[in-house]
Design a protein around this ligand. Structure first.
Ligand SMILES: Cc1cc2nc3c(=O)[nH]c(=O)nc-3n(C[C@H](O)[C@H](O)[C@H](O)COP(=O)(O)OP(=O)(O)OC[C@H]3O[C@@H](n4cnc5c(N)ncnc54)[C@H](O)[C@@H]3O)c2cc1C
Length: 469
């Protein structure tokens, strides 16, 4: 009988949590195996999440430039969307990056195998391949990085054509004429922004009182205003009750914000109401791993309650479902598993980015959270309408808002809505990590003309000393 293969560490799942952990494990000299059920590496992020959506958002932006070409003094009479070419470019970007993961595995001597991984007992994993053949692998350390899937409900099952999740919508054969988006979280508003700009009539229905509900309230209000101005219909406090397929699409029934029953018809319905962790079928019931509403409970080093078993990424309880968080958790887990020193996870300084139009980004406490936490809050705000680069770009919507503590000027949170703000939030993350104050941001000389000057000006505004307003 063949001997059971032995590794120092086995990682189940190759999304940004798993593959980053694997590369670091290789760098640390561990004999490493990645088990991935799909025939490609990269997970949700690379194949049906971050990367394809941002690729489509760029196409939508380019199309927008064509539509507004006159404003830039360019006459462009004939142009149209070639959806097949749009999809092909997206696929090319994804394939290139997936090959990159493969290359990095080789470079760092990370082995991989295709199959469904599950825990089979202390230090043991079973891998079942597509033909149903199971084999056992041993490793003293195991990282669960199996991610999440879109939440669906009975009556809202995706059919690939009319009722869609993030997966099916990315494979649409044509731009739909109309779409109802259920949920105004990051996924919902990003797809709304993409398809609205390609010409789809979009209606967003959100059960909570505001769009992007985890963001600062002023950001939500400004985004909703912008969406309405652009022609994206958005109704909050609207509870979707039923989706019935029709000859031309889908009839969506919901209870409106006035408490009255409403109905709307569209060609497609995107269900974007959150994610479910992939913890089923992992063999967790035979272990000491504890779950919280299906998500895996871990300590700040990503250790579960089962000795030697770690969990990272979307399947972790109370961890924001973001690729960069999954990757950091992967590095923390694998370094700890290797017995090397590493800072535990700190969830207070995580950048949140939503790549809708206009973009949203934030880190730290919202104004309300800061007040509720007992801080003496000082807010500095600066509008992009007063920033020179924003005028050059023709994108003057939005603002930068800094929430600080009045006592020493500690930066508690930074919130932005506007052009390219997802590229700008890292400055605030670094400042907060270095325990910087609002004065540090104000006195750090920012280059001109750039959008980043709005951060400096918002810091000056905390003392009512903004120059350009
Ligand atoms: C539409 C959309 C857009 C997004 N955009 C962004 C964004 O712009 N920025 C951002 O930070 N985040 C974004 N996210 C979130 C991001 O994709 C996730 O947070 C991230 O992918 C989580 O990484 P992960 O490694 O935990 O899991 P995943 O990326 O989900 O990877 C898990 C992997 O595990 C594999 N797997 C599952 N079970 C098993 C098993 N039993 N055996 C073997 N393999 C298994 C899966 O096939 C998959 O490859 C987006 C998500 C969506 C849906």
């Amino acid at each position: 009988m063949a001997e059971t293969p032995k590794y120092d560490i086995v990682i189940i799942g190759s999304g940004p949590g798993g593959y980053v952990a694997a590369i670091r494990a290789g760098q640390l000299g561990l004999k490493t195996l990645v088990v991935e059920k799909d025939d490609k590496f990269g997970g949700t992020c690379l194949h049906v999440g971050c990367i394809p959506t941002k690729a489509l958002l760029l196409n939508a932006e380019v199309y927008d430039y064509f539509k507004n070409a006159k404003e830039f003094g360019i006459a462009s009479k004939e142009f149209s969307v070639d959806w097949v070419a749009v999809q092909a470019r997206k696929a090319k970007v994804v394939t290139k990056l997936a090959k990159g993961v493969e290359f990095l595995f080789k470079k760092n001597k990370v082995e991989s195998t295709q199959g469904y991984g599950r825990l089979a007992g202390p230090g043991r994993i079973t891998v079942t391949d597509a033909k149903g053949q199971a084999r056992e692998i041993q490793a003293p350390k195991i990282i669960l990085a199996t991610g999440s899937e879109a939440k669906t409900f009975p009556g809202f099952e995706p059919d690939g054509k009319t009722i869609l999740t993030n997966k099916e919508i990315l494979a649409l054969k044509a731009v739909p004429k109309s779409m109802v988006v259920m949920g105004a979280g990051a996924v919902g508003v990003e797809f709304a922004s993409i398809f609205h700009r390609f010409g789809t009539k979009v209606t967003i229905l959100e059960m909570l009182p505001r769009a992007v509900p985890l963001e600062d309230e002023e950001i939500s209000a400004e985004l909703e205003k912008s969406f309405r101005r652009q022609g994206i219909a958005i109704e909050t406090q609207a509870k979707v009750e039923k989706a019935a397929k029709t000859a031309t699409g889908v009839a969506v029934s919901y209870t409106g914000s006035d408490g009255k029953p409403q109905a709307i018809e569209a060609e497609t319905l995107l269900v974007a109401v959150g994610r479910s962790p992939n913890t089923q079928g992992l063999g967790l019931e035979k272990t000491r791993v504890k779950l919280e509403r299906g998500f895996v409970k871990v300590d700040p080093y990503m250790q579960t309650d089962e000795p030697g078993v770690y969990a990272v990424g979307d399947l972790v309880a109370s961890s924001p479902l973001l690729a960069h968080v999954a990757s950091r958790e992967g590095i923390v887990a694998v370094t700890h598993a290797a017995g090397k020193p590493i800072e535990p996870m700190n969830y207070n300084q995580i950048p949140n980015c939503t790549y809708c139009e206009p973009e949203v980004s934030s880190v730290g406490l919202t104004e309300r959270q800061a007040r509720e936490a007992g801080h003496k809050v000082r807010v500095g705000k600066f509008p992009f309408a007063a920033n020179s680069k924003a005028s050059i770009l023709g994108a003057r919507e939005g603002f930068v808002k800094i929430v600080s503590d009045e006592t020493y000027g500690e930066i508690l949170g930074v919130h932005m809505l506007g052009p390219r703000v997802t590229e700008m939030i890292a400055e605030a993350v670094v400042a907060m990590r270095l325990e910087g104050t609002v004065d540090d941001l104000a006195h750090a000389i920012h280059p001109h003309p750039t959008l980043t000057e709005a951060v400096m000006e918002a810091a000056h505004a905390a003392h009512d000393w903004a120059i350009h307003v």
